[in-house]
Design a protein. Structure first.
Length: 264
């Protein structure tokens, strides 16, 4: 039985493997572009403009992207199931002089409403659903915590990308078996969602999808047995160039989608 994954035992390794790599840099770069658009949309909605937003970083881990939002003067509530991850986040946030902008809560995303005094303007729900036993229920719960006109930013592990990776690696038996989770790979997500089902969960919840972006549309498929001629700058530029175009978008190892709750 799949249970919600707690990273207390792997918090430091998770931080190093996810955030301290080219993978993490691509992820942060392309998703931040979307978040800048989201902040612009929310600022245009605010009266007066420039209002301080309340942002929920649900299952926020180290809070890399929410810290960029906090630097713009907005207030962040970050919750995580892992107490060890929260300690790392707190140290990083303090180092960047942003503690006054933050409230850190040790709880699962499904219970964060117990700690919120009112609905929030923006929810970040990034790379969490693939570690949950019931990702749809968690997403639906979070959508109820949005203010009218609020936006939820969701990044999920893409089934299409997982399937394509296994196909080009020749893991056909694994594909035929339904690609069961391999427990020996501790940082491999427990499950993957198809884009169609996540989009449907959002629209069935009454939200309007504003944008979609593929995260690592080709990087993870690059051959490792030979070194091509490229720089990190070229890699980032090409990922940004392709990440919102089909068919590359739908082949991203992750997909970022953001959707808005009606004003009424």
């Amino acid at each position: 039985m799949i249970r919600d994954r707690n990273f207390d035992d792997l918090a430091q390794k998770f931080s190093e493997n996810i955030y301290g790599t080219a993978k993490g840099l691509i992820r942060q770069t392309v998703v931040w572009q979307d978040l800048e658009q989201i902040l612009h949309t929310l600022d245009a909605r605010s009266a007066p403009q420039g209002t301080v937003l309340h942002v929920l970083d649900a299952g926020g881990g180290m809070g890399q992207l929410s810290q960029l939002i906090a630097k713009r003067g907005h207030k962040i509530t970050l919750c995580d199931l892992s107490g060890e991850m929260l300690k790392l986040a707190g140290a990083e946030i303090a180092k960047n002089g942003l503690l006054e902008q933050y409230r850190l809560i040790h709880c699962p995303v499904q219970q964060v409403d117990h700690y919120l005094d009112e609905p929030v303007d923006l929810i970040l729900f990034h790379a969490v659903m693939e570690w949950l036993s019931d990702p749809r229920a968690a997403l639906e719960h979070l959508m109820t915590q949005l203010k009218p006109g609020g936006i939820i930013s969701v990044m999920f592990y893409n089934y299409n990308g997982l399937l394509f990776k296994n196909l080009i690696c020749g893991n056909l038996t694994h594909v035929e078996q339904g690609m069961p989770h391999r427990k020996r790979f501790k940082l491999q997500p427990q499950s993957a969602q198809t884009p169609e089902e996540v989009y449907a969960w959002l629209t069935e919840g009454g939200l309007t999808i504003l944008g979609k972006t593929g995260v690592r549309t080709f990087h993870d498929y690059m051959r490792t047995d030979r070194v091509g001629e490229y720089s990190l700058e070229q890699l980032l530029a090409m990922e940004q160039r392709l990440c919102r175009q089909e068919p590359y978008l739908s082949l991203g190892r992750y997909i970022h989608v953001y959707a808005q709750k009606p004003l009424q």
